[in-house]
Design a protein around this ligand. Structure first.
Ligand code: ASP
Ligand code: MG
Length: 295
């Protein structure tokens, strides 16, 4: 079983999502597909949270922007058979409107997590439904029921033992060969929504891989792999084909951050390789991060 992770850029439009489907279709192993919010939706939802918490008065207009963005993608992905998906997504927007129609609590970070998490909840609902519509049969898992955290909102810590138990019960692969689930978000034992820190979807993929003993994790990106320098600044920047876990940790802490720093440890602990590949050019080798014996 493998884990594929698609970030915001790889699901930012109907065209990009069709490319995701092609990549999934090429894979013959059972998969857990971890997906982020589409495009820049997390930023937009942060804006919404801020507006709601400080009662600035633009919350409903901001929800409308988010709604338009997703419905345009739905229009382009689904032809006539879009009734079911439109209803599902409409329900999520109703839930979001209900939240902002009430008074905010005193805890900003709590409000942040319950609002910003809609980005991943919406993106996965659309992508799971789209994959099923093109006969890439899959089940949508609400990761908040599987990954359990403390209530340190916006930077929640995974409760490993509990999450392992839930993940093993949920991702059984008994009646499907593919699951689609959310990166970045999780849930407390009392079912409050939490998040794992910005850009945390890589970390989600690594944790799920660790708990389920996956064969590998592939992060599909809009770059061809991990580069030895920033290609925007250095024309001779090259892809690093093989990188040790240790080097990857060092790289994740410096300038052009490709992988979230928390991603490596859970993989290294179980010796699970991490591939970083281009979603526009999936046949290219990209980079592989794995255990390399020090000379
Ligand atoms: N959507 C979240 C963010 O933009 C998580 C992620 O993309 O990894 O921060
Ligand atoms: Mg993102």
């Amino acid at each position: 079983m493998k884990i594929f992770k698609f970030g915001g850029a790889s699901v930012k439009s109907a065209g990009a999502i069709k490319q995701v489907a092609k990549i999934i279709e090429m894979e013959t192993e059972p998969l857990v597909v971890v997906v982020s919010a589409m495009g820049k939706m997390t930023n937009k939802l942060e804006e919404l949270c801020n507006d709601f918490f400080y009662q600035k008065g633009n919350a409903f207009a901001l929800i409308e922007d988010v709604r338009k963005f997703h419905f345009e993608i739905i229009e382009n992905l689904f032809k006539e058979n879009d009734k079911a998906i439109k209803e599902k997504i409409e329900t999520l927007f109703c839930n979001l409107q209900e939240i902002v129609a009430t008074e905010p609590s005193i805890c900003y970070d709590f409000e942040y997590d319950r609002i910003v998490s809609f980005g991943e909840r919406i993106s996965t609902a659309i992508i799971s439904e789209y994959l099923n519509s093109v006969l890439l049969e899959n089940q949508l898992v609400d990761i908040r029921t599987a990954l359990k955290t403390d209530n340190n909102y916006r930077d929640a810590n995974i409760e490993i033992e509990l999450s392992e138990k839930f993940c093993k019960n949920i991702f059984t692969f008994t009646d499907t060969t593919r699951y689609v689930t959310q990166g970045f978000i999780a849930g407390t034992t009392t079912n409050q929504t939490t998040t794992l820190g910005r850009e945390g979807s890589d970390y989600t993929a690594a944790i799920i891989a660790n708990l389920l003993d996956a064969e590998s994790v592939t992060i599909w990106k809009d770059v061809p792999g991990v580069m030895n320098a920033d290609p925007k600044l250095f024309a001779d920047a090259e892809i690093m084909p093989r990188i040790s876990y240790k080097e990857a940790v060092e790289l994740s802490h410096c300038g052009a951050q490709i992988i979230h720093p928390k991603t490596i440890k859970p993989l290294q602990n179980k010796n699970i390789p991490l591939l970083v590949k281009s979603f526009v050019n999936p046949d290219a080798a990209g980079s592989i991060i794995l255990a390399i014996k020090e000379k």
